[in-house]
Design a protein around this ligand. Sequence first.
Ligand code: GLV
Ligand code: MG
Length: 312
Amino acid sequence: MSERSRFLPRRSCLAVPASSEKMMGKAQGLAADMVFLDLEDSVAPLEKEAARENAVKAINEGDWGDKVLCVRVNAWDTKWTYRDVIYIVENASERLDEIMLPKVQNAAEVKALDLLLTQIEATTGRQSTVGIEAQIETTRGLINVEEICAASPRLETIIFGPADFAASMEMPVLTGGVQIPEYPGDHFHYVFSKILMAGRANGLQVIDGPYLRIRDTDGFRDFAARTRILGFDGKWVLHPDQVTVCNEVFTPTQEQFDRAWDILDAYRTATEGDRLGAVMFGDEMIDEASRKMATKFVTRGERAGMSRRVTG
Ligand code: GLV
Ligand code: MG
């Protein structure tokens, strides 16, 4: 249902191994905006085939509310990808919104998935198109991120995978996606910005990957705030404790939301009533660029269920 899910919020994206029926059951009751049932790295090779069946059962029989519902298949450099896609999309109900493709190296990998999905949809008579989420987590993928983001109209998000990326870069770290105190700055700043620009240039939501120290809530909040401040839409969560923090970090405050609405009102009055392109809003000059910035806050807040506070 990519038409359904394309603009839904993805502040918190919960990873759930499809090998665990228990975890898939629990995930349904958590407040994550998006859930992906994983067939890739959290599932042992000997469990891959059983995990496909579990995932289909969970999609078809579970109560997923309004969550974006996705399955992460194995990457194209394994033997599992084509069977993952065919089994899942042929057997899952229309409630399945998307397929996530990990370790994407170039645009051709996204196009190959797109073609496969097109054939499966034609064969099964599926009414809604399946969306694609693409993970950038290799050096080659980052080099090609611009062509990857433009590779298919099915793409809904682009995601950074810090653990695999650290491995691909051969960084001397043993935990991906956390701060490196010895480095004077944020060692992923360039990566975050590059992925964000490529995603935005193609109208995609842009998502940060996991924070692996799941008991370190303060560290998680700090890392989530880094990508939020750059403009990312959300981040992965691996544990129920991370869900609440993540939703909070990626939702505008009520004050920001109300101020954004006030800017839009003031700008509309100026342009439509007084025919002015730039006006004062308190101590600040606002113009068309301010309208664009404010619109983002309003859209994001509304996606998160916020409404304007009535004053006076
Ligand atoms: C996620 O898949 C990662 O590798 O960080
Ligand atoms: Mg990975």
